[in-house]
Design a protein around this ligand. Structure first.
Ligand SMILES: Nc1nc2c(c(=O)[nH]1)N[C@H]1C(S)=C(S)[C@@H](COP(=O)(O)O)O[C@H]1N2
Ligand SMILES: [Mo]
Length: 317
């Protein structure tokens, strides 16, 4: 991954737009209830999310909510890593209009008693949506605090009844160069793949997100379905998932495949284990000027440290 920390003034005009004014403009631009406003359809310089202003119904407050100050919506949705759109932080918000998050199918397969292919809305329907404020820390030493809307991955996996051979979960993102301009270049091997050990996947902190700030997930944040694993570096939180496979062997995740000495399978946030090219001891919260100390497991040690007892976290980084 490229290190590119933007200073406050470089983030762009949307950053300084007050949330309410921003919403009003989006409402003004909306074509009708449930309609999709694509970035391409809009012409002024003001950035807007590709799928905008669709409020999610019946969202309740979930557990584990962080009390940190929220990162403004405009930053959460305009400073992104999503290599399927390009390697620059601005590429996803600028180009995300080409992704079509509906209709969308998700395959659940491998070591499950009830495999299948499901329409995204059917897949999500049985789950009560919760809002959870989580810190997300990128391996590039910046972080955000995001009010996600989603549900525990464990609840979904249990419905498909994993077998006793299910030791890991493998996630695959959409591979479609027509929708993802970044996939026309081989900057990474496509599709983007991530994985978790089964106990990590079943952990109550691990969620599948379908929204943020109470609204449908903007394309650039991984519509229509993404993983959020708050104690791991951001790259584990795979976006635009089309396949979830329960598997016996540890899956080869995209970043470990592209640079195994830099990115491991576990990728737990750990200030004591530096990335070979830079320190992990500190991070810059987007919007802050000064750096802050990075906490072990991104501050979730009380919840997750026991998953790794007896493991050498320098070896299993
Ligand atoms: N499919 C896919 N998922 C991805 C990425 C990506 O390039 N492709 N980037 C990851 C990285 S490095 C980070 S830090 C987070 C960023 O999530 P955000 O842009 O919603 O904050 O998404 C992760 N998920
Ligand atoms: Mo990242």
């Amino acid at each position: 991954m490229l290190i590119k920390i933007k200073r406050r003034g470089e983030i762009g005009p949307a950053e300084t737009t007050p949330r309410e004014l921003f919403l009003d403009r989006r409402r003004f631009l909306r074509l009708g209830a449930g309609s999709v406003v694509t970035a391409a359809a809009l012409s002024s310089g003001l950035w807007r999310p590709a799928l905008a202003d669709v409020k999610l119904p019946n969202v309740t407050k979930g557990p584990f909510t962080a009390r940190d100050e929220l990162t403004p919506y405009e930053s959460v949705t305009s400073y992104n890593n999503f290599y399927e759109f390009g390697t620059d932080k601005e590429d996803p918000a600028r180009l995300a209009g080409s992704l079509k998050p509906r209709p969308w199918r998700v395959v659940i397969d491998g070591e499950v008693t009830k495999p299948g292919s499901f329409d995204i809305d059917e897949l999500i329907r049985p789950h009560a949506l919760q809002e959870r404020v989580y810190r997300l820390r990128c391996v590039e030493a910046w972080s955000m605090v995001i009010p996600w809307v989603g549900f525990p991955l464990a609840d979904l996996l249990k419905r498909f009844q994993p077998t006793s051979r299910a030791k890991y979960v493998r996630f695959e993102a959409l591979h479609d160069p027509r929708q993802f301009p970044g996939q026309r270049r081989a900057v990474l091997s496509w599709p983007y793949v991530e994985g978790l050990r089964i106990d990590e996947a079943m952990h109550p902190l691990t969620i599948l997100a379908v929204g943020l700030y109470g609204e449908v997930l903007p394309n650039q944040n991984g519509a229509p379905l993404r993983l959020v694993v708050p104690w791991k570096y951001g790259f584990k939180s795979i976006k635009s998932i089309v396949k979830i496979s329960l598997v016996e062997q540890m899956p080869l995740n995209t970043w470990a495949r592209s640079a195994p000495n830099e990115y491991g399978f576990y990728a737990n946030v750990n200030p004591l284990v530096d990335h070979p090219r830079w320190s992990q001891a500190k991070e810059r919260r987007i919007g802050d000027f000064f750096k802050r100390e990075t906490a072990m497991f991104n501050g979730y040690a009380d919840q997750v440290a026991s998953l790794y007892t007896g493991m050498d976290l320098r070896k299993f980084f």
